[in-house]
Design a protein. Structure first.
Length: 117
């Protein structure tokens, strides 16, 4: 079921700094006597439209939190700037999909470099 349109719903690709702050303490709340749920930010702001199930609202909240971690980062391999999904995502898609090369660890800090095992 599609999420109803609302003027305050946060888009996944456009998470503002204010919405990122509100997401830190965001929660899903139950609305009224019927089964309706909504995401409310730490500051009391409405961050989503009304959803039919709690599972749908929880999944949307997870998506919003992941979107808040996205930002431009330099690739660890080629230094090209790319839209990263979070601190765990440090390689651009081009470097990640190169054929015939493996990542190997080196040094006491567990760094990585291109090469063969």
């Amino acid at each position: 079921m599609a999420e109803p349109r609302t003027s305050k719903a946060v888009r996944l690709d456009l998470v503002s700094d204010a919405d990122k702050a509100a997401l830190k303490g965001a929660r899903v709340i139950h609305i009224g006597p019927s089964a309706r749920y909504q995401i409310i930010g730490a500051n009391g702001a409405t961050l989503s439209g009304i959803m039919a199930t709690q599972a749908q609202a929880e999944a949307r909240l997870d998506d919003l939190k992941r979107a808040a971690q996205r930002r431009r980062r330099p690739c660890m391999c080629c230094r090209t700037s790319f839209l990263s999904d979070g601190p765990h995502n440090r390689l651009c898609n081009v470097c990640r999909q190169r054929d015939g090369e493996d990542w190997v660890t080196f040094g006491s800090q567990g760094g990585y470099r291109r090469g063969h095992k």
